[in-house]
Ligand binder design. Structure first.
Ligand code: SF4
Ligand code: SF4
Ligand code: FES
Length: 212
């Protein structure tokens, strides 16, 4: 496989041809916000958080392959203006406390908040009156907490990628959107890959489920 030389965040890099700009950055410890990206899956551009500037245009880094001599900017006021409100809304609609969450410490949303230095007081003002949704215990090998799901779609894409067709899908629209099983839970092979790849730990394997 050939190599491509490019610059990301003023750093000269050499990466494999065909690598996405996001993967190239992450492989070289350059953080770009992301939620719907997983290295084993094709970038879908669903969360719109991985915006970078290339040639004066904002593009989603998970969808753009590296090119020779490409210059990628990852930290500009325009990027911040586009990404910050999306992250703040996501956090406002997410369970506000990380206390007792089994994913705390390895959660991509926590990492995003830290990297973007999100103002928690401002986010609290955006929060709509909380409606608590019950834990979904219908899946065969894990439970699903809709209150913390960021709707990234990685679980659905993972199941489809590994098994040809996904046992999971998005139900409803807008704030009522949930991940759920296609009627017959017996289709699930209990491979647990969706659980492992969920960036916010919303899919809780039964044996290590939090009791909080
Ligand atoms: S455990 Fe495996 S088969 Fe079951 S829903 Fe998740 S990815 Fe699909
Ligand atoms: S359950 Fe996890 S992987 Fe699936 S959409 Fe929600 S946050 Fe993403
Ligand atoms: S990681 Fe690129 S759009 Fe979500």
């Amino acid at each position: 496989m050939g190599k491509v030389k490019l610059t990301i965040s003023n750093l000269a890099l050499e990466v494999d041809e065909g690598t996405s700009v996001l993967a190239a950055a992450l492989q070289n410890d350059i953080y770009i916000p992301h939620l719907c990206y997983h290295p084993a899956l094709e970038g879908r551009g669903a969360c719109r958080l991985c915006l970078v500037e290339i040639g004066g245009r904002l593009v989603t880094a998970c969808r753009v392959p590296v090119e020779p001599s490409m210059v990628v900017r990852t930290n500009t006021p325009e990027i911040d203006r586009a990404v910050r409100p999306v992250v703040e809304l996501l956090i406002a609609n997410h369970h506000i406390t990380c206390r007792g969450c089994p994913s705390s410490g390895k959660c991509q949303l926590q990492k995003l908040m830290a990297q973007l230095r999100i103002d928690r007081r401002r986010v609290r003002r955006l929060r709509v009156p909380e409606e608590e949704f019950p834990l979904d215990t219908s899946p065969p090998c894990f439970d699903y907490d809709p209150n913390k799901c960021v709707l990234c779609g990685i679980c659905i894409q993972t199941c489809e990628d590994l098994h040809g067709t996904s046992s999971l899908y998005f139900l409803n629209r807008g704030t009522d959107t949930r991940v759920t099983f296609y009627g017959d839970e017996s289709r699930c092979a209990s491979c647990m890959e969706c659980v492992k790849r969920c960036p916010v730990g919303v899919l809780l394997p039964r044996q290590i489920q939090s009791t909080d």
